[in-house]
Design a protein around this ligand. Structure first.
Ligand code: AMP
Length: 644
């Protein structure tokens, strides 16, 4: 629980900011009562001087753009001459202050970027104080690796204005690596103690890639590259363009025709399409475009999960725009932006004098890295699966909290070591646990097992990843869930689902599931070490001993029950095919045995259930025999005896 020495870790972002602190079980983000951690880095100023921060302020932006300030981070520590490029993106007034500095016009007042950032920091501080129930006076704040001294100093000043003693300014990529525990030696024989890490950070409006070297727990930035105007917003714009051109084409064809006839006929095809796009982009007023933007962003986010997303926009007067956008279609449009990010990765590597295969780990930061396309391309470029287990919006703040914890002298979670502290497995039918990796296995390690479906025509399988020593899922710790979707319909038991657990040297667990017949795949990444203290691990192990017999009995009951369900299904199927082979007596005996088994299937008496199952199997024997004879007949038909 919170102690008096808490140093707040703060990710002060261009679009969103958030705080985190180090708890005994590891870093934890600060959430409000609704569970939100992200605070939009937006300020709204009311005429009476009242300031609001965060989502409320953002809601204000459309109605009152001049009194809403965002993207202050772009101005921090800059001179007026440095920010000319940025000005066209900012609707509020930016002027020259003393000594060529920058000031922002807010109503009647002029404020420095430091003062504005301080308002965000003060809000984060108050949120943390409310959540932890104690005053906070110290902080670690993150900044991009490319921030120069003036920008870092401006960030420190902002902290001071907010009443925070800034214990350290940490590079964002370093914080992200810290959150994954990459400063700790990977342990285990044969592994080197220093590592080279690429941190790929694709946010709403900016892209950064940093190449870090960590050695003996110390990080060094080897190179950074990026684009301060490339991010999720560009992908939204791709979708807005798609949607708006279709709306104009479908519902406002005359306006488009008129525009096209007005375009000079001698324009080259590319200039012509650029002019058409400019026309489409200016077709709707800003408020409508903002609404379209929300639709576009929602579709983009949905397409990270689903193969297609339906956009439905009621334009009034009976005009209903409806469109299913597929992931393939979106990826075709998003591809060029992702290509640009990869070019920046190439440049960063070149600056560091490295090739992709010399990168040991890749860490993903920023909301857009949830896109499967981004994960795939980054993985292909570096030739390794990027780390995605930690929420990419929170990973920098969590790392700032880790750094804060180290500064406060809190003991580090030491679970990222040579062996897995607890067993790892998945939930199987009936709530039992199938363990794939046993406790105390040396890492890195890999294990796999093949599972199947239990319903005819089942196309989705839930994979529930568990950690713990007990036999039942409900008594273990849930690490994550994912779904393998799109398995072609097959009879129960026919699909072959290979589940693979892979723990790398840093203790990060990759779980993947692949249906071998169709090749469908899905996966999840987990940091098993986070959130458990050594004491909790010990308790979980101890409980597994005290409950061993009881757990075993329950596991046996679940297995028997699953088997009984299979027997009942098989009898049903056999009766449908070969009921005629049974005499009246045999049929009566089978019906009685089946009724008895059904009556006992939900009882907790595993022995009685086992016996009833045996009787049903026995009574079904003539049926099974007849089916086997039939199969044999089919095999022999038309063939000579010596061929069989
Ligand atoms: P950040 O600046 O890191 O907070 O990232 C925000 C950007 O990530 C915005 O453009 C969001 O639309 C985008 N984003 C958030 N979640 C997803 C998702 N699941 N798939 C694709 N983009 C996302």
């Amino acid at each position: 629980m919170p102690d008096s020495n808490i140093i707040l870790g703060i990710d002060l972002g261009t679009t969103n900011s958030l705080g985190a602190y180090m708890s005994p079980a590891g870093p934890v983000v600060i959430r409000d009562q609704a569970g939100n951690a992200l605070v939009p880095s937006v300020l709204a100023f009311a005429p009476d001087g009242q300031v609001t921060v965060g989502s409320e302020a953002r809601a204000h932006a459309v109605a009152n753009p001049l009194a809403t300030v965002y993207s202050v981070k772009r101005l921090m520590g800059k001179g007026i001459r440095d920010v000319q490029q940025d000005l066209k993106f900012l609707p509020y007034g930016v002027h020259e202050g003393p000594h060529g500095t920058v000031v922002v016009q807010v109503g009647q007042r002029r404020m420095t970027p430091q003062e504005l950032s301080a308002l965000i920091l003060r809000d984060l501080r108050q949120r943390a104080e409310a959540a932890l129930g104690q005053p906070i006076t110290q902080a670690v704040i993150t900044v991009p690796a490319y921030f120069d001294d003036a920008q870092r100093q401006a960030t420190r000043d902002a902290g001071r204005i907010a009443g925070l003693e800034v214990k350290r300014i940490v590079n964002e990529p370093t914080a992200a690596a810290l959150a994954y525990g990459l400063d700790l030696p990977a342990g285990q024989a044969g592994k080197k103690e220093d590592a080279t890490i690429a941190v790929y950070d694709l946010g709403g409006g900016t892209f950064d890639v940093s190449i870090l070297r960590v050695s003996g727990g110390v990080f060094q930035v080897l190179a950074t590259n990026g684009d301060t105007h490339l991010g999720g917003d560009d992908l939204d714009l791709e979708l807005i363009d798609l949607i708006t051109s279709e709306i104009v084409e479908r519902f406002f064809p005359q306006a488009r025709e008129k525009f096209l006839t007005d375009v000079p006929p001698d324009l080259s095809p590319s200039d012509r399409s650029a002019a058409e796009m400019a026309f489409v982009r200016s077709f709707f007023p800003p408020a409508t475009r903002q609404a379209l933007r929300n639709f576009a962003e929602a579709a983009k986010i949905r397409l990270s999960e689903e193969a297609s997303a339906t956009v439905e926009i009621d334009l009034g007067e009976g005009r209903l725009y409806q469109r299913a956008i597929t992931r393939d279609e979106f990826e075709a449009r998003a591809g060029k932006w992702v290509d640009h990010t990869i070019e920046h990765c190439q440049l960063a590597l070149a600056d560091a004098g490295l090739t992709p295969d010399q990168i040991d780990q890749v860490v993903m930061v920023g909301g857009v890295t949830r896109m499967p396309l981004v994960r795939r391309r980054v993985g292909e470029f570096f030739g390794r699966t990027p780390y995605t287990a930690i929420n990419p919006d929170e990973v920098v703040a969590l790392g700032a909290a880790v750094q804060a914890g180290i500064l406060a002298g809190q003991k580090r979670d030491t679970l990222l070591l040579d062996v897995t502290p607890l067993s790892l497995g998945i939930e199987t039918l009936g709530g039992a646990v199938g363990k794939l990796i046993m406790r105390n296995s040396t890492v890195p390690c890999q294990a796999g097992e093949t599972f199947s479906t239990y319903l005819d025509g089942q196309t989705n399988v839930d994979i529930h990843v568990l950690q713990g020593e007990r036999e039942l899922a409900k008594d273990c710790r849930s690490l994550g869930r994912f779904q393998l979707r799109g398995i072609p319909p097959m009879p129960a038991g026919a699909p072959r689902i290979q589940v693979t657990f892979l723990i790398d040297a840093n203790g990060i667990l990759n779980v993947s599931a692949r249906e071998l017949r169709s090749g469908r795949e899905a996966s999840v990444q987990i940091t098993p070490a986070h959130g458990l203290t050594r004491d909790e691990v010990d308790r979980m192990v101890k409980e597994s001993y005290t409950h061993a017999i009881e757990d075993l009995m329950v596991h046996r009951l679940i297995d028997t029950r699953n088997e009984a369900h299979r027997v009942l299904a098989a009898v049903d199927k056999a009766l449908a095919q070969a009921a005629h082979v049974l005499s009246a007596d045999q049929r009566a005996e089978l019906d009685a045995a089946v009724a008895d088994l059904k009556a006992k299937i939900d009882s907790d008496d595993a022995d009685a259930l086992y016996e009833a199952m045996g009787r049903a199997n026995q009574a079904a024997m003539p049926l099974t025999q007849a089916q086997m004879d039939e199969v044999l007949k089919q095999t022999v038909k038309g063939r000579r005896v010596d061929e069989v």
